[in-house]
Design a protein around this ligand. Sequence first.
Ligand code: CMC
Length: 427
Amino acid sequence: MPETLTITDNRTGKQYEIPITHGTIRALDLRQIKVDPNEFGMMSYDPAYLNTASCQSRVTFIDGDKGILRYRGYPIEQLAEHSTFIETAYLLLNGELPSATELKSWEDELNRHSMLHENIKKFMEGFRYDAHPMGILLSTVGALSTFYPDAKQIFDKDGRAIQVARLIAKVPTIAAYAYRHSIGQPYVYPESELGLVGNFLSMLLRRVESPYKPNPILERALDVLFILHADHEQNCSTSAMRSIGSSQADPFASLAGAAAALYGPLHGGANEAVLRMLATIGTVDKVPNFVKQVKNGEGRLMGFGHRVYKAYDPRATVIKDQAYRVFEETGKNPLLDVALELERIALEDEYFVSRRLYPNVDFYSGLIYEAMGFKPSMFPVLFAIGRTPGWVSQWLEMLGDKEQKIARPRQIYLGENERDYVSLDKR
Ligand code: CMC
């Protein structure tokens, strides 16, 4: 027997049977509930989409209560241990892990598309020396739309595949150029022998060494961080990507919008805030007082808490482990002890325990990035490189979903009723 939800309307005494599918009801099924046949019908009200599924997806699964994250069914812990960012990107995009031949040809394809048109360099030279690299990244990705007018053919499957490869291959190059721009050093062209992450490090850090050899520990740590950030289902930036894409804008324009959403401090900027917080606390002996202030409502413990996870963020566990490996190479970040003490106290304290506040992905990532020599303004840019395959996979899924239309929420209008215009001399 099909599952239904019975709703009784107290205004009319009428009963409605609303079908339940996958544990949800369709908001549109509420529209039949009305007092007068000429009425618009019942809507649901859900600011910030706290309890509304906007799509059906087969990309990423999260169980926030149990601290589970899976891409296409594969647990994040296994991907972080055994996979690479390029392979994980393939998995997200195609639904299956690649064979050795498929992986090689995917790698070759990304290599082929990693260069930028020379005019992009000129475009980037227009930014001030102190421009935030995230602002440069999102504007330049938007500008790419003008270099590839064929990207407008979003229903051409083969053409779409080229744009997808272009985006995943070019975002790291733009990110590296943005960084070099900010330190006034010449741009380094991509090199195919180094692989995506090694090449990214080369474009960022290379000076006069030849050949450039990335540090394997740092290269692997960055690879793992990109895997951990690769997708996180319907978060703010992914919803932006889907929403812009639903107007049939090209993927460069859509991804520029997604990057803009990620830029905000409540999303991709939290790792930067954690580092600032740890530096403000300074030493382990100041931690108890800081926790007391947080409990008194004077600020938040940044890097703690999550809208979906009400358990330890599984990505934080992997990052913590990577942090130790990186610190063995770079020397320990002195703020690590402050972070560990904060975590120890917070995980025992009634305030945090009762609210189910645990470390999230951003609690340790900033410490690693800083130890690797990145400026805090680069942190959201690194997040964006990792998230690009996720954004694109979700965009592709949206395009193939027959139920999707242009995103267009409703509103509850609470403004003035109709009134007559008052001429200027009477106001
Ligand atoms: N420190 C202290 N108290 C907190 C914190 C925190 N970090 N997070 C939540 N709370 C308290 C909050 O004050 C509230 O308490 P009360 O019930 O007494 O009013 C309760 O916990 C519930 O908080 P909320 O704001 O309703 O929860 P939310 O789901 O709307 O917010 C959050 C989630 C991530 C915005 C929030 O936990 C937060 O601000 N954390 C710090 C910022 C941060 O680390 N963000 C990174 C998120 S992970 C990366 C990403 O996905 O972009």
